[in-house]
Ligand binder design. Structure first.
Ligand SMILES: [Mg+2]
Length: 197
């Protein structure tokens, strides 16, 4: 869930989803939108109704690795660095400062080659891998899913933005079968049909 605009509203939204789907754990992604104190208040608010936070994704501003490290220690909730990692140099700093347990890879953020290098570095450093994206069709997301299938080391997949598109200009490729991602069977990314816009 996207959070980070208003902590009280965020807590109420997560609570409503928790009551509707009690067995589901949530990733709270604030896109750098929380302060350190707001993040603690959010985690505390979710804990009060026994909500399960799988991850806090980039809770605070990208350069504030010190707060990311504090949040991990204080809340015991795993933290994923997303905006904090925009090049191969960044995850090295994240590791040095113990700022996150997960690195979120996005091929649109770094390009595919650097995304691959960051993913391999992350695994070598003993951190966990997540993969996400911007608002992308299954061309870019299929490419990201290729990384997932090829590297076989990702713990969290957030490749669902094709489900948010009102009209996808591309057909074929990977697909969602309920919550499960299904790979394609054809050659390349199996994107054989392009609809005229
Ligand atoms: Mg993110």
């Amino acid at each position: 869930m996207k959070v980070g605009k208003d902590v009280d509203t965020d807590i109420r939204r997560v609570e409503a989803m928790h009551h509707a789907l009690p067995n589901v754990a949530f990733i709270g992604d604030s896109n750098q939108g929380l302060s350190y104190q707001e993040c603690l208040a959010f985690a505390d608010g979710v804990r009060r109704f026994s909500g399960r936070l799988l991850l806090l994704e980039q809770p605070v501003e990208r350069g504030n690795l010190e707060s990311l490290a504090h949040i991990r220690r204080t809340t015991d909730i795993p933290v994923a660095a997303d905006e904090s990692v925009r090049s191969l140099a960044d995850p090295r700093t994240v590791v040095e400062q113990h700022a996150a347990g997960y690195i979120n890879i996005e091929s649109m953020k770094t390009g595919v080659i650097e995304a691959l290098e960051i993913a391999l570095f992350t695994l070598k450093a003993g951190l966990k891998l997540m993969i996400g994206g911007m608002i992308e069709s299954c061309i870019a997301m299929g490419c990201s899913f290729s990384l997932v299938l090829g590297i076989n080391g990702f713990d969290v997949l957030d490749l669902n933005t094709l489900l948010l598109l009102a009209a996808d200009p591309v057909q074929g490729g990977y697909r969602y079968d309920g919550p499960m991602l299904q790979p394609w069977t054809g050659t390349g990314l199996d994107l054989s049909t392009i609809q005229p816009r």
